[in-house]
Write a protein that binds this ligand. Structure first.
Ligand SMILES: NC(=O)c1ccc[n+]([C@@H]2O[C@H](COP(=O)([O-])OP(=O)(O)OC[C@H]3O[C@@H](n4cnc5c(N)ncnc54)[C@H](OP(=O)(O)O)[C@@H]3O)[C@@H](O)[C@H]2O)c1
Length: 212
C-alpha cells in the first residue's frame, strides 16, 4: 500500500512508519520540518507541509491508497489546532479522491461505563482535559465524513515507548483495560494495532479503543 503518513516525526508516528515499512508498504512521511530522524529505507520519503492547509494535504494525498495520521499539536500550540488539522485532512482527502483514513485519536472520548466517557471520570488528570476535548472535537469532524472510510484508533489511557509484543485487544467505543482496571499500551503495539486496521479495514466508521 502507498501510505501518506501525517505526523511521521512524532513519537507515535515514527513507530507507525517503522511498522508500515517493516510490512513492505511505501510511506510518504509528513511533518512541518520534513525531517524524520532514524529511518533509512528506500520505500520512505519525507515531505514538509502544514497539515492545517487543505490544499497542501490534497496535493500530497493524490495517488496514495490511504492517509494515516499521528498528528498532534506542537508543545506551545493551542490544542484546538488538532481540530483544524482534522478539517484540512478531511477536505484535502475529498479533493484528492482518497477514501481511506486511519487517525490516531485520544482515549478521552472512549466509554468506561454506560454514560461515562474517560474524560468525564474523577481521576482523569485536569491537565489532559483540553487535549482530550480537542481530540473529541476532531473525532466529531472525522466521524461526520460518511463519504470517507475512516477509522479513529485511540490508544489506551496510558501509552509510552516500550516493547513490540504484537499482542493487543480492541473494543469499539470503549476503553480497553486489564483485569486490574489498568489501561495501557506500548507505542510499538499501538503501531501494530494501527497498521493491522489500516490493512484489514475491519473497523471502518468506528472509534476503536486499543490496549492490553
Ligand atoms: N492516551 C491518549 O489518548 C494519547 C496519548 C498520547 C498521544 N495521543 C494522541 O496521539 C497523537 C500523536 O501523539 P504523539 O505524542 O506522537 O505526538 P507528537 O510526538 O507531538 O507528534 C506530533 C506530530 O505531528 C506533526 N505536526 C504537528 N503539527 C503539524 C502541522 N501543522 N503540519 C504537519 N505536521 C504537524 C509533528 O511534526 P512537526 O512538529 O515536525 O511538524 C509530529 O510529527 C496526538 O493527537 C495525541 O493527542 C493520545
Amino acid at each position: 500500500m502507498d501510505v501518506l503518513l501525517l505526523g511521521a516525526s512524532g513519537r507515535i508516528g515514527h513507530r507507525i512508519a517503522d511498522e508500515l515499512l517493516s510490512r513492505g508498504h511505501t510511506v510518504t512521511g509528513v511533518s512541518r520540518s520534513g525531517h524524520v530522524d532514524g529511518i533509512d529505507d528506500p520505500d520512505f520519503e519525507t515531505v514538509a507541509i502544514d497539515a492545517t492547509n487543505e490544499v497542501d494535504v490534497a496535493d500530497l494525498a493524490e495517488g496514495h491508497d490511504a492517509v494515516a495520521s499521528a498528528l498532534g499539536p506542537g508543545e506551545d500550540e493551542d490544542v484546538d489546532v488538532l481540530v483544524e488539522m482534522s478539517e484540512a485532512v478531511v477536505a484535502g482527502m475529498r479533493d484528492a479522491g482518497v477514501d481511506r483514513l486511519v487517525w490516531t485519536g485520544g482515549a478521552g472520548g472512549l466509554y468506561v461505563g454506560p454514560d461515562t466517557r474517560l474524560v468525564e471520570t474523577e481521576d482523569f488528570p485536569e491537565d489532559w482535559v483540553p487535549i482530550a476535548r480537542a481530540a473529541i472535537d476532531a473525532y466529531d469532524v472525522i466521524s461526520a465524513a460518511d463519504d470517507l472510510e475512516w477509522t479513529y484508533v485511540a490508544p489506551a489511557a496510558l501509552i509510552e515507548p516500550g516493547e513490540r509484543t504484537g499482542e493487543y485487544r480492541t473494543a469499539e467505543g470503549e476503553l480497553v483495560a486489564d483485569d486490574d482496571g489498568e489501561s495501557y499500551i506500548s507505542m510499538e503495539d499501538f503501531a501494530v494495532a494501527f497498521v493491522d486496521e489500516l490493512e484489514s479495514g475491519d473497523h471502518v466508521h468506528t472509534y476503536l479503543g486499543t490496549g492490553y
